[in-house]
Each structure stands twice: as structure tokens, then as C-alpha cells.
Design a protein. Structure first.
Length: 96
């Protein structure tokens, strides 16, 4: 399941505006917050097309960037974000 930029930022331990700024500085997002190179980065970043009907304005269309599950580690590497290791879990088989 692809993640919004908000959820991806939370997994990386930063805020959404900081993630967008860092991705723009790394030339991963364009001015519309969409992947700058959608073909090259297709394994990590996706474009989600949305639509809805507005009673006065008719059909409305939107596009937004999504991060794939594999894209979280890739983004951390591209942006130089240190991700802490998960806390160790005790092995329940240890008795001593």
C-alpha cells in the first residue's frame, strides 16, 4: 500500500513540509509536489490520480505523490536521513 507524503514523513521522523523541502532540494519533486522523474523513480514514487464531482463546478481532478513501501528506505538514503534501528526484542525462548 502506497503512503501519502504525510505518512512517509512520519515514518522518517520528520514533518511533511521538511520532507517536501528536502525532496525538492534533491530534485525528486517538481513545483507541483509530483515526482520529477516518474519513470526513473517508479519503484519508489507514484502519482495518484483522484477525481470527484462538485455540484457547481463539475468534475474535479487532482494528482498527488505517493511513496511505495520500498521507497521509505530509498528516500532515507537519498535525503541522508538517519533512521534509528528498531528496539531489540527479547527472545521468548531464552530461559536463563
Amino acid at each position: 500500500m502506497d503512503l501519502t507524503l504525510q505518512k512517509a514523513a512520519a515514518r522518517l521522523g520528520i514533518t511533511r513540509p521538511k520532507l517536501i523541502e528536502a525532496m525538492r532540494n534533491a530534485a525528486l519533486l517538481d513545483a507541483n509536489n509530483l515526482p520529477a522523474k516518474p519513470v526513473r523513480d517508479r519503484l519508489y514514487l507514484k502519482i495518484k490520480d483522484g477525481q470527484w464531482f462538485h455540484p457547481k463546478l463539475g468534475m474535479q481532478y487532482s494528482r498527488s505523490a505517493r511513496v511505495t513501501p520500498a521507497g521509505i528506505n530509498w528516500l532515507a538514503e537519498q535525503l541522508g536521513i538517519e533512521r534509528p534501528a528498531p528496539p531489540p526484542v527479547a527472545d521468548p525462548r531464552e530461559v536463563a
